[in-house]
Ligand binder design. Structure first.
Ligand code: FAD
Length: 478
């Protein structure tokens, strides 16, 4: 507890996710009196309790299963894995609990007051804390603050057609609970959440079908990266159906009958379970924003400027609730900006590169300017690629299915963007983020010594390819 007068705080933060808790800890470091309010029992938000962390714990298991199967070709044979679902669930829950306890501990150490409640604005300087009928735990019903940071995040999107009252129709939250491994799983949505969860269930034994409305998986990502992933997914998944619209879900005794329409006739298939992963909606309704001057756009995202300021001078907003990309690290960076602005510092969100990682097998990652975006904006770029077929490290891993690409400004040779598909792409992308933020040019990257044999060499080799000098076995086409 912070020693603040009951019912009053200097900075109220609504939402305990990677936006909210990062804001709370940074504000406490700057000496502010902070109250962090979240309706989950512990801080962590969606990311820790029903998003990034449980999904990555399960993806780690999926990877182990897949590698054990593949090891056969290297002369190492394991028996087929026996999955103890209860033990797997409890391991995943343990990972989450350990990290949530760590956040609780940090709240105590940094004197951040954590209140478990649902918060609603009564006016621009007051919140009502709703305990959902639980005993108040000594916390006030109303909290007055000097500044508030709204960090209420997002929830799985569930358009009307998918609203089926049957536990076999899941969203990402219920899919992560892993109550059963269905024989036939339909994943609706070929975005990163659908593909990651599909990867988990496929490794555990489900025959997974992915249906995507648009003409490609991972809309927005560069097609050359997605092609490499797709080649693998065609072996992992039972089917991938693009340009296909779901017309109805009908629960029955033998499963969920799904009517879908591709290019031609509508067809019906039956699945044991269906995962709806068609995006996320901002958590901006039911928060009492109408009692303040905060404005939202047509999709419900709260409007902010580059300093995370809303239209209400007392309220800043960060994270998923303010818009894309809906990613934990973007929320945490915005948190820092918002807190510094609340502390009167002249900060703004000026990052040039926000990384995105899809933790499929292989992983896909990108940051900064993509080729797709450059084409859409008609911006001149030069792209240098290095396929992993020429990487020594990829050979030792038996994983040639990879590609590293760098997007340069042709005039200045400055790095504008990076994309990677391949094993461990999520770790490699950080180099691109730093290089972009430091305004590195192609020569900086090519001449920086990268350790051999590592996949990081593919970054330097891509930069060499920019000069037409890839030094290893293979000279990629430009
Ligand atoms: P959230 O994490 O959504 O937290 C908001 C919190 O506020 C929640 O606890 C919510 O219950 C609470 N809340 C809402 N309204 C109120 C209220 N009125 N009063 C009190 N509390 C309230 N991102 C990545 O960067 N990497 C990943 O690998 C990744 N994987 C994901 C996997 C899945 C399955 C999902 C669903 C998401 C994933 N994400 C990932 C996205 C990531 O979880 C979000 O971008 C991130 O959690 C957003 O953080 P936030 O602080 O904005 O809000």
């Amino acid at each position: 507890m912070s020693g603040q007068a009951p019912g009053e705080t200097q900075l109220a933060i609504i939402g305990g996710g990677p936006g909210g808790y990062a804001a709370a800890f940074h504000a406490a470091e700057l000496g502010m009196k902070v109250t962090l309010i979240s309706d989950d029992p512990q801080p962590g938000g969606v990311c820790l309790h029903r998003g990034c962390i449980p999904s990555k714990a399960l993806l780690h298991v999926a990877r182990l299963i897949n590698e054990a199967r593949e090891a056969r070709q290297w002369g190492l044979a394991f028996q087929d894995p026996k999955v103890d679902l209860a033990a797997l669930r409890s391991w995943k829950d343990g990972v989450v609990k350990r990290l949530a306890d760590g956040l609780d501990e940090l709240c105590t150490r940094r004197k951040v007051q954590f209140i478990r409640a649902r918060a609603q604005f009564v006016d621009s300087r007051t919140l009502r804390l709703d305990k959902n009928g639980e005993p108040s735990g000594g916390h006030p019903e109303h909290l007055h603050y000097e500044r508030a940071i709204l960090a209420t995040g997002s929830v799985p999107a569930l358009p009307g057609i998918f609203k089926v009252d049957d536990p076999r129709v899941m969203d990402s939250t219920s899919a992560l609970e892993l109550t059963a491994v269905p024989e036939r799983l339909l994943v609706i949505g070929g975005g990163y959440i659908g593909l990651e969860m599909g990867t988990v269930y496929a490794a555990l034994g489900s025959a997974v079908t992915v249906v995507e409305l648009t003409e490609g998986l991972l809309p927005g990502a560069d097609r050359d990266l997605v092609r490499v992933l797709r080649a693998r997914l065609d072996k992992t998944f039972q089917a991938v159906q693009l340009s296909t619209r779901i017309e109805s879900l009908q629960p029955g005794k033998d499963g969920i009958a799904v009517t879908m329409r591709g290019q031609g006739e509508a067809s019906e298939q039956v699945f044991d379970r269906v995962l709806v992963a068609v995006g996320r909606w901002p958590n901006s309704t039911g928060v009492g924003l109408e009692q303040t001057r905060v404005e939202s756009d047509a999709r419900g995202f709260v409007k902010v400027d580059r300093q995370q300021k809303t239209n209400d001078p007392s309220i800043l907003a960060i994270g998923d609730v303010v818009g894309e990309p809906m990613l934990a690290h973007k929320a945490s960076r915005e948190a820092k900006v918002a807190v510094e602005v609340a502390a009167g510092k002249p900060t703004e969100f000026d990052n040039a590169a926000i990384p995105a990682v899809v933790f499929t097998d292989p992983e896909v990652a990108w940051c900064g300017l993509t080729e797709t975006q450059a084409k859409a904006e008609d911006r001149p770029i030069e792209v240098a690629r290095f396929p992993w077929a020429a990487s020594g490290r990829a050979a030792t891993l038996g994983r040639f299915d990879g590609l590293t690409k760098l997007v340069f400004d042709p005039q200045t040779q400055r790095l504008l963007g990076m994309g990677v598909v391949g094993s461990g792409a999520g770790e490699l992308i950080a180099e691109g983020v730093v290089a972009i933020e430091m305004a590195a040019v192609a020569r900086d990257i090519a001449d920086s010594i990268h350790p051999h044999p590592t996949l990081s060499e593919t970054v330097a080799e891509s930069a060499e390819a920019f000069f037409g000098q890839a030094t290893h076995l293979f000279r990629p086409k430009r």
